[in-house]
Design a binder for this molecule. Structure first.
Ligand SMILES: *[C@@H]1O[C@H](CO)[C@@H](O)[C@H](O)[C@H]1NC(C)=O
Length: 275
């Protein structure tokens, strides 16, 4: 009976150990061929995740199967911190993504996004030049605006479209600039400075590599997207959290077994199992 938890922890950690190999491999592969800022930004965390999973699952595997009590102790401490961290992150993310919504524009199927509507903490993150450069690079890699630009919509059809926050904020100029529509990613600026001296109107460029990527509305669109996707991430987080708590509980049983084995080795071995 008492070995079930050890075996379970052993099997679980063997599976996570196997899982860490492709993650680590993928991270290293990405780091060797990363060319854009976006890829360079991702390879570090992926390698870190792979190494972390590998080390922790090895500790759990050896600790549970070979009855190495201190390794199992390290494993449990790390698991506990992970549960705490994930819990805090989930609560924190709920708080920061609570504020902000798109603005409805009359006669348009899409909404406009304003950076000021989002929480100060998120605004600071996207206003950081280094962060924004990486996010911009990831936006360019996804080809979101390129796909939108390829649609041959007439002006009337385009205005009725339900654009995603990123498409609305990053791929077209804000409605208040009153630019003339050519196609989704080409707009003519009115002569003189009839548009508001709002920085987004001046930040717009028909160059397909620039568009509105430097606009405040683009930062707001990214945050709106984050807010929208956050609900899905939260559900995944809660599932992971429950799974971690279960694994942690089983790990505690295995730890107790190890301690009992060490405390009463003769009694345990009395059945003639090992020696
Ligand atoms: C959009 O308009 C620009 C400027 O007229 C043109 O160069 C570009 O090819 C057009 N894009 C599409 C998909 O029609």
């Amino acid at each position: 009976m008492f070995r079930i938890s050890n075996n379970l922890i052993g099997i679980l950690n063997f599976v996570t150990f196997l899982l860490s190999i492709p993650i680590l491999g993928g991270g290293i592969w990405l780091s060797t061929r990363a060319s854009t800022d976006c890829e360079k930004f991702l390879d570090g965390p992926i390698i870190a995740l792979g190494v972390f999973l590998m080390v922790v699952s090895l500790a759990g595997l050896i600790g549970a199967c070979c009855r190495v009590t201190w390794l199992l102790w390290v494993y449990l401490v790390v698991m506990f911190l992970l549960i705490l961290l994930l819990f805090c992150f989930t609560v924190f993310a709920f708080v920061v993504t609570n504020k902000g919504a798109g603005q409805v524009v009359s006669g348009k199927g899409y909404k406009e996004y304003r950076l000021g509507d989002y929480s100060n903490w998120l605004q600071k993150r996207v206003n950081n030049t280094k962060n924004w450069r990486k996010i911009k690079s990831c936006l360019a890699d996804t080809n979101i605006c390129k796909k939108l630009g390829e649609s041959q919509d007439s002006e009337a059809v385009f205005y009725k479209r339900n654009l995603s926050p990123i498409q609305s904020g990053c791929c077209k100029p804000p409605t208040e600039c009153s630019f003339t529509y050519v196609n989704a990613t080409h707009w003519t600026k009115p002569d003189g400075s009839t548009y508001p001296s709002d920085s987004d109107c001046t930040a717009w460029d028909n160059d397909q590599k620039t568009l509105c990527y430097n606009c405040q509305s683009c930062k707001a669109g990214v945050l709106a997207n984050l807010k929208r996707d956050w609900k899905k991430v939260a559900v995944v987080n809660i599932i992971i959290l429950v799974a971690l708590v279960i694994v942690y509980s089983v790990g505690c049983c295995a730890f107790r077994n190890n301690q009992e084995d060490n405390a009463f080795p003769k009694w345990r071995r009395g059945g003639g199992g090992y020696s």
